[in-house]
Write a protein that binds this ligand. Structure first.
Ligand SMILES: Nc1ncnc2c1ncn2[C@@H]1O[C@H](COP(=O)(O)OP(=O)(O)OP(=O)(O)O)[C@@H](O)[C@H]1O
Length: 267
């Protein structure tokens, strides 16, 4: 029996989802499963006390037996607690334990993920749309970067769009900015403990949006630089975000480039 098979058997045995309508902590009624992540199962639930929906993350039972996973789960709670108040991040309502295990309760964020917008709904984003969205996201990341928090998982499924507003979820990999890693880190750029990791992920996010507008003209696989037709400034911005060229060290540097792009568009 392979280790992978054994793990999946363990998960299917332990990680059964809670039934619809189950009442948790005498207050939250399970409405539906939102998704099953690597270490948690997330539910939409109705808060009978405030009459609002909440998102409840349940640490998988197969993970709850190990202190390292309980610690990571608690870390997500601590991060959510230290986020600045903003309608674009979920506020956390509490961390609870009962016979069913460990739970994190937070705001349910309305919206559609960019993963669904691009791959399910076929939305197309022009270069201008992409730069606008990048600028909006930068205002949000500034809010937690200023508090010394780096998200490290700014991917399409973790960014939501609703009524012209963006929001960011899943702070499970977030960490505090490490003073030790403010110099260039040898770790994977996606996971470093400084704000360049968020910029790097925003570079990938932008590329996905730009690709929504791309029609392949040949079967040959080429690099994004060959496939996408971008204005030189945006091309250079993506190269710096992806750390191919000197990475942006501050959001102001990136903002300056966005302002240059905007001014060229209006002239
Ligand atoms: N606060 C929230 N409001 C609304 N939906 C949420 C919220 N938090 C998570 N979700 C949704 O719940 C689902 C599961 O999210 P979760 O963060 O638990 O795992 P994941 O992102 O799928 O996987 P992983 O944790 O392995 O990255 C996702 O579809 C996500 O969009």
């Amino acid at each position: 029996m392979t280790v992978a098979f054994f793990k999946s058997l363990l998960r299917s045995f332990y990680d059964v989802t809670l039934p619809r309508q189950q009442l948790l902590f005498n207050r939250y009624r399970v409405h539906s499963v939102l998704g099953m992540g690597s270490y948690g199962i997330t539910y939409k639930a109705y808060d009978c006390s405030t009459q609002n929906y909440v998102a409840i993350k349940h640490l998988r039972k197969s993970k709850a037996c190990r202190a390292v996973h309980r610690k990571a789960f608690h870390q997500e709670y601590e991060t959510l607690r230290s986020l600045p108040q903003s309608p674009s991040f979920p506020s956390v309502h509490g961390e609870y334990y009962c016979d069913d295990g460990y739970f994190l309760i937070m705001d349910f964020m309305e919206g559609t993920t960019f993963e669904d917008l691009v791959f399910r709904d076929g939305m197309i984003y022009s270069e201008e749309d992409t730069v606008k969205l990048l600028n909006k996201l930068l205002s949000l990341t500034d809010l937690f970067h200023n508090e010394g928090i780096v998200h490290r998982d700014l991917r399409l499924p973790n960014i939501l769009y609703h009524n012209h507003r963006l929001s960011i979820i899943d702070f499970g990999l977030a960490t505090s900015v490490s003073k030790a890693s403010t110099k260039f880190s040898k770790k994977h750029p996606m996971r470093t403990q400084d704000i360049t990791s968020d910029f790097y992920n925003l570079g990938h996010f932008s590329l996905f949006l730009l690709y929504s507008n791309y029609e392949p003209t040949s079967q040959l696989e080429r690099s994004w630089e060959e496939e996408l037709t971008l204005t030189p400034l945006v091309h250079q911005m993506i190269r710096r975000l992806l750390q191919i060229d000197a990475p942006y060290r501050t959001s102001q540097e990136l903002r300056n480039d966005i302002a240059r792009y905007d001014s060229k568009k209006t002239t």
